[in-house]
Design a binder for this molecule. Structure first.
Ligand code: HEM
Ligand code: CA
Length: 298
């Protein structure tokens, strides 16, 4: 139901406006791109790509963004979308949905980091609800088993190959220490410096020293993530398991060896994420502000 030319008549400048705003934002705050990519994923996997993650909590409702797993989504990512919305409201008031902005901004930022460019179909409506309570059951934690993650992705219609390709998003951005501390300290109660044996020992020891915000390569979207997994240098336990498991390892090896194959599969899977659970027609609205429903009494 979504189309490439949805705003051709109502807001022909949509692509220029979004791309200008997010480019400026990315230059001033280089962590924006990874943040927006994660924000998009956390939006789409929780009740579809409908900007439900952008809603602010108020006295009557604890919104998705205040669910524990979303607290580490960076403010700069939200800010990028809000800035694009502000600019669009000046040029084409009340026309472009926040969920479409998030989808286009994500694509623009991925390609700005050197990742693939892919078409984004438009016409999503924004959600009429946002509830913190449904978030955790729709997103995986790094300590989930690969069985859990695979079956969760399958339940949303994503194949194992698509799971491995989408996880390549972890080639950019960073992870807070608490997300992998259980792998580098006191692993299986083996003492304070015991680490997960699937990790490269030098890597584990370096992380123990530096256990702070660990920068991978926030600046570039490439297939390093898969090459690192093969060297035991995956940060998250869930990622590292993909290099060892026979169901996922063939794809990890393929993408580590062949960046074009990764880009092609990633681009395809991102388009699929982008139409997951979208709302059209009366099932949603075009929000005036991305952080609040139009009917402020709900
Ligand atoms: C398969 C299950 C997944 C798990 C368990 C997972 C878990 C995580 C965790 C724990 C972090 C670190 C957060 C922090 O410390 O702030 C992270 C970061 C990130 N995730 Fe995932 N993730 C998964 C899938 C995905 C997918 C499918 C995408 C996008 C297509 C994605 C995009 C990102 C990005 C871009 C970051 C870096 C964010 C930043 O630098 O601000 N993740 N993920
Ligand atoms: Ca959503």
């Amino acid at each position: 139901k979504l189309t490439l030319n949805y705003y051709n008549a109502s807001c022909p400048q949509i692509h220029d406006i979004i791309s200008n705003v997010v480019t400026t934002k990315q230059i001033n705050s280089p962590t924006t791109a990874a943040g927006v990519l994660r924000l998009f994923f956390h939006d789409c996997f929780v009740s579809g790509c409908d900007a439900s993650v952008l809603i602010s909590t108020n006295a009557f409702n604890k919104a998705e963004r205040d669910a524990d797993i979303n607290l580490s989504l960076p403010g700069d990512a939200f800010d990028a979308v809000i800035r694009a919305k502000t600019s669009l409201e000046l040029q084409c008031p009340g026309v472009v949905s926040c969920s479409d902005i998030l989808a286009v901004a994500t694509r623009d930022l991925v390609s700005m980091l050197g990742g693939p460019f892919y078409p984004v179909r438009l016409g999503r409506k924004d959600s009429l609800t946002s509830s913190a309570t449904i978030v955790e059951r729709n997103l995986d934690r790094p300590n989930a088993s690969l069985d859990q993650i695979i079956s969760h992705f399958a339940s949303k219609g994503f194949t194992i190959r698509e799971l491995v390709a989408l996880s390549g998003a972890h080639t950019v951005g960073f992870s807070h220490c608490n997300e992998y501390a259980d792998r580098i300290f006191n692993f299986n109660d083996g003492g304070p410096l015991a680490f997960d044996p699937t990790m490269n020992p030098k890597f584990a020891q370096a992380l123990q020293k530096a256990c702070a915000n660990f920068i991978k390569d926030p600046g570039k979207f490439d297939n390093m993530y898969y090459q690192n997994l093969l060297k035991g240098m995956g940060l998250l336990a869930s990622d590292q398991k993909m290099a060892a498991d026979p169901r996922t390892a063939p794809f990890v090896k393929l993408y580590a060896a062949n960046q074009s194959a990764f880009f092609e599969d990633f681009a395809h899977a991102m388009q699929k994420v982008g139409v997951y659970g979208v709302k059209t027609g009366k099932k949603g609205e075009v929000r005036r502000r991305c952080d609040a429903f139009n009917n402020l009494s709900v």
